[in-house]
Design a protein around this ligand. Structure first.
Ligand SMILES: [Fe+2]
Length: 197
């Protein structure tokens, strides 16, 4: 009997993050948002997506690789998934509304969000149902992975790093080395208070 069985399933945690991304993006495009508010929201969104992706790569995708195979894991990590998303978010992260103008900034972020929405549909519509239906995948395993996912987010990078390794064990080492630097870089962005979104 697992001691972590009371922890929420990794899949419900991942999907909860997805809902958060969707609502932040809706808020970004909503009424009464000025440039400064959009910039802050975009930074929060980039931070949340970076942490989520890093934890998925550490905890969930190795399980996908082990149980659903290389093709599934490589698809989720590749140019229809995380790699493309990181490339685009890296570009967004190097832009600001003040420097590049709101239209150009939003267009680039929109490009990234389209990739993210496609990736979310892939995970929720295709890969998670397949994963959950596998023999050996039960509530205990999903709960155990949920607890690992939560810990992984706590030491995750908070910015996109398209050139960093995305598979264990090197991604874990790279995250450990990079996350504190991201934290320092975030200090000025969030005035020492990373957003709780
Ligand atoms: Fe993902």
């Amino acid at each position: 009997m697992s001691t972590t069985s009371s922890h929420p399933s990794v899949i419900s945690m991942i999907n909860q993050d997805h809902s958060k991304f969707k609502s932040l993006w809706k808020e970004y495009n909503g009424p009464n948002m000025n440039g400064e508010m959009k910039q802050k929201l975009a930074w929060a969104l980039i931070r949340e997506i970076a942490m989520h992706s890093s934890a998925e790569e550490e905890v969930m995708y190795p399980e996908v690789r082990k149980r659903l195979g290389d093709e599934a894991a490589d698809h989720l990590l590749g140019m229809e998934g995380h790699q493309k998303l990181k490339d685009l978010l890296y570009e967004v992260n190097n832009m600001t509304i003040e420097k590049n103008g709101e239209a150009a900034f939003t267009a680039k972020l929109d490009e990234a969000m389209k990739v993210l929405m496609h990736h979310i549909d892939d995970e929720e519509g295709k890969f998670w149902p397949r994963f959950e239906a596998l023999p050996g995948v039960d509530a205990d395993l999903l709960s155990h992975l949920g607890s690992k996912f939560e810990s992984a987010k706590a030491h995750a990078v908070t910015r996109p790093h398209p050139w960093a390794p995305n598979k264990p064990p090197l991604n874990v080492v790279a995250n450990m080395a990079t996350a504190p630097l991201d934290g320092l870089a975030d200090m000025w962005r969030f005035a020492g208070n990373p957003p709780q979104v």
